[in-house]
Design a protein around this ligand. Structure first.
Ligand code: ADP
Ligand code: MG
Ligand code: MG
Length: 530
């Protein structure tokens, strides 16, 4: 991540550092609170199905501008509808992915299932979308020509002073953040949310995020800041998402049918999944939940007379995929066959195959091209609002535009992130590593990737607490990524349910490119609205 002295720092919710004895005590309490309330995961390094570690967390909530948070919440139903419409646009999905599937075997396999399902007609017209729209704040002014540089020579002093005065004024006016240094190098226009990606499969952490808010509230209270709790927005991600599954189960309308979770061979993020399962079982005791791997479904699954999915004669109403988004989840043809079997069944899928494809990075890149949103959204105001959260996204297909983008990436790699069609973190190439990565690919291979403008989020400062980490923790510079959950249910012609369903915040060290919580660089957090 590129961070320099001019990166703004968001105003923290409490004054740091904490006195060491107080910090030690509250951190120890917070760790136990997290384990005891399920803000926890299975250890990857020391795995046992019989024990849990607390999930890495940020001790006090990180600041997030209220205006941008509320904007993200308000946009979610529009994004839900956008993705629903994209998923049902056969021509758009087919043309957009045409080059990519020539070289990306995984996406091609998914697309094959889509093609076969299309040829036979979709057995189940209804889809359940449980999306997570991920956003970061962009802190840099758009017009860099307005910016002076801290290394500029003496004759620019006058201009620089004016610039600094303007920047100070702007910062105050927006009161979103404070500049890190007194020596202002560029005009700070406030921060605006930008879309990192939209997830349409296995959008996780709704369960744990819901339980993290009370934990951070507890910490603030222990530190004597009860007055601050009102700045933490309520988060109903868990009930919102589970209610989505139950609404789909209601639509399926068979009292004996169950909800099936498709899981990995080993679930490290077990609490998040169990929270969903337990919420459903406790709130709707008549609905059973099963957990099966793709391999299990291959072994046990078959279609009934009316194409209903049967697992050892139990009928499945809703399939919730918490696995199936990466090649490793399909160790043999059997798992692909299981995915196809489920796709052709009467069960309502989350996601159905077209929703999965609509969530690829390639589709995200195509959506950000001029005038494309008009194909999916009618209201010009909505088009404008959604368009504003997009950053530059560029095709690397083997054509004139794609080749020009390739040259641009070689010339100014520091401005970009290079992304393949993968999910789950750890797959992207950043900044100065991009030229080497691109040069290793053939022209056609590049079309499996897209290029995206790097977002420069403001910093926040706080204590990141991780299992086995240093005690007491040290203050670190961090950046956050906000995820807004959305639920959308409908068929190609009608949307029957569409709502925003809570949020999650992931925070990582400002020096890390990616902040996967399970991967060990990120930590769970909640927004503190400023
Ligand atoms: P995945 O589907 O694997 O989660 P993402 O597109 O979300 O892929 O990228 C993974 C991580 O990389 C993000 O969580 C974020 O930390 C970082 N990242 C992705 N795109 C950008 C960007 N344009 N600018 C800055 N960081 C980014
Ligand atoms: Mg993703
Ligand atoms: Mg992501």
């Amino acid at each position: 991540m590129s961070v320099d002295d001019n990166t703004p720092v968001l105003r923290g919710c409490i004054k740091l550092p904490l006195p060491e004895d107080e910090l030690l005590e509250v951190t120890a309490k917070a760790k136990d609170y997290a384990i005891m309330h399920g803000a926890a995961m299975r250890s990857k390094t020391n795995f046992s199905p019989d024990s849990l570690n607390f999930a890495p967390f940020v001790l006090v909530p990180s600041s997030f501008p209220r205006k941008e948070f509320e904007k993200a919440i308000a946009l979610q139903p529009i994004i839900n509808r956008l993705m629903h419409n994209v998923a049902h646009d056969e021509e758009f999905i087919t043309t957009t992915l045409a080059e990519t599937i020539k070289v990306d075997e995984f996406t091609a396999n998914l697309f094959n299932i889509y093609r076969k399902a299309l040829a036979h007609g979709f057995t189940q017209p209804i889809s359940l979308g449980m999306l997570r729209s991920d956003l970061m704040l962009e802190s840099r002014c758009r017009d860099m020509s307005m910016c002076s540089s801290s290394s500029s020579g003496g004759k620019d002093n006058d201009a620089k002073e004016k610039q600094e005065a303007k920047a100070k004024k702007t910062t105050k006016a927006y009161s979103v953040g404070l500049l890190r240094s007194d020596y202002l190098a560029h005009v700070y226009e406030g921060c605006a949310i930008k879309q990192v990606e939209i997830n349409t499969i296995a959008s996780s952490f709704g369960g744990i995020a819901t339980h993290l808010v009370p934990m951070q509230k507890f910490v603030l209270q222990e530190l004597g800041h009860s007055d601050k709790l009102q700045h933490m927005p309520k988060n109903e991600a868990l009930s919102g998402l589970c209610d989505g599954m139950v609404k789909a189960w209601d639509i399926y309308a068979k009292p004996q049918s169950v909800i099936l979770f498709i899981i990995e061979d080993v679930s490290y993020n077990i609490c998040d999944q169990r929270f969903h399962e337990f919420y459903i079982r406790e709130t709707y005791p008549h609905i059973k939940v099963l957990r099966r791997t793709l391999t299990d479904v291959h072994r046990e699954g078959k279609l009934g007379q009316h194409k209903e999915l049967l697992l050892n004669n139990t009928e499945v109403a809703v399939i919730y995929f918490r696995a199936g988004y990466e090649p490793g989840h399909y160790p043999s043809q059997g798992e692909w066959d299981a995915r196809y079997l489920m796709e052709t069944s009467l069960a309502i899928k989350c996601p159905s195959i077209h929703y999965h494809l609509a969530g690829t990075k390639k589709v995200q890149q195509a959506l950000a091209q001029p005038a494309v949103l008009e194909r999916f959204i009618n209201d010009p105001e909505e088009i404008k609002a959604v368009g504003k959260i997009f950053t530059g996204l560029y095709s690397l297909d083997d054509n004139e535009a794609g080749n020009a983008n390739y040259e641009m990436a070689l010339q100014t790699p520091q401005n970009f992130v290079l992304k393949p069609q993968r999910e789950g973190g750890g797959n992207n190439v950043y900044g100065l590593d991009i030229p080497d990565a691109l040069k290793r690919m053939s022209r056609v291979e590049r079309s499996a990737w897209i290029l995206m403008d790097l977002i420069h989020p403001p910093l926040s400062q706080g204590y990141m607490v991780r299992p086995g980490g240093k005690m007491p923790p040290e203050i670190v510079d961090m950046v956050s990524e906000l995820g807004i959950f959305g639920v959308v249910i409908g068929d190609a012609d009608h949307i029957v349910h569409n709502y925003q369903a809570g949020h999650m915040l992931r925070t990582k060290l400002s020096t890390a490119n990616e902040g996967g919580v399970a991967a060990g660089l990120g930590a769970l957090d909640s927004p503190y609205l400023i």
